[in-house]
Design a protein around this ligand. Sequence first.
Ligand SMILES: *Cc1c(COP(=O)(O)O)cnc(C)c1O
Length: 473
Amino acid sequence: MEPEEKKEMLRRIPAVDRLLNSQGIREILGIYPRNLVLTAINQVLDKIRRDIQRGNAPSDPSFLTPENLSTKVSERAKILEQPSLRPVINATGVVVHTNLGRSLLAERVLRKFPSIAGGYSNLEYDLAKGKRGSRYSHVEGILKEITSAEAAMVVNNNAAAVLISLETLAKGREVVVSRGQLVEIGGSFRIPEVMRKSGARMVEVGTTNKTHLRDYEDVIGPDTALLLKVHTSNFQVIGFTEEVDAADLVTLAEKYGIPVMEDLGSGCFVDFSKYGLNKEPTVQEALSKGVDLVTFSGDKLLGGPQAGIILGKKRLVEAIRNNQLSRALRIDKLTLLALEETLRIYRDEQAALKEIPTLNIICQPYGTVKKKARRLIRMVGKISTENFAIDLVDGSSKVGGGALPLMVIPTCLLSLKPRRLAAHEIEAALRSNQPPIIARVEKDNVLLDPRTVMDKELKIVANAITSLAEAGA
Ligand SMILES: *Cc1c(COP(=O)(O)O)cnc(C)c1O
């Protein structure tokens, strides 16, 4: 298109005012709020201007009539009107999926939301004394009861828990940590950087694969404020490896009168090895070894809301609570409510395994998942399609993307093997379903793991597969 033609085309774009008075847009204004329609109009016109400038616009200018434009505006408005945060179906088999919202809350927890979220509560009010109370009091008692910790405190997430703990205990002083434990979690939490932000000086000891007790002892000096142990939750060094057990670290630290802190990452209360899964260190074990302070997430293996839980010696926890930063990192009442209710379920381990979705999904035996997969196939029914081939294959689910990718659980997968459609086309079509279905692509196969698909979602997945089978036929 010649520059002159482009100019002419740009001139033909109707003004917003004129559009607003057209029949089509007036109808749209009857459906959506005016501001939303204005945004939609501006976005549609901006896109048309860009298309014209790049020479991507149709050469017939009739697409600029108000009728044609209002169709585009209507489509755009419909998209804009959708909430941004929406439910999706997790068919990835990653139970604690950080990108998909980590843990699902238990039904019993959800039922508590209306009264606290929609009403006043004793969030920071001591009902017995009739005066100001502490928001942390609602979870401290139950956390102490479950873990036998001396004291407890909660903040926004585990990253915040580590930050405020280091800031309180070691600002301007030294923290000793093994080179084998300088982890990065989920791209934005890195031990060396959190350490720098806290104002503590990191003293690295040992090597990537081996760190000995004497490595720690060699660097302890008058400036040493803390020995830090970090659970290497998202990788494993295999071969010749050695790390120092928390109990030995505690013995050493006591000799020098220094506290030991452990960032457990996931932090679970249940010993999964009892249920045939990999051993994850429990919070209770860390505390029983004498670790002075442990921190962990509320929404990983614990199966609660996003939160950072800090447990340990009363003196240390109180210092953290009195740190000014605690105000900036504090958790809100909805989180507290969800956390307290989740913790209350842990009073009965069997109830926790049944009711807390994260635990329930992780512990679902292979046979149960296979039954679910077969049900899904039955719901899809007999289909003959050139688009892909459906099969059941064995594979593994994962406990958590950023958290525990090493813990794998045997599962039964529905595989959509590409034929006429490519794997990325199948994956994208499922993702554009309403609600979106998130699958994984492995070795050019699209895999759906029924483990993380709720029973009530099976029919939606089946329908999506059926319509994808019929697509383009
Ligand atoms: C996940 C994790 C964190 C960060 O926890 P968030 O709750 O995501 O802030 C910190 N340390 C370790 C070892 C972790 O596994």
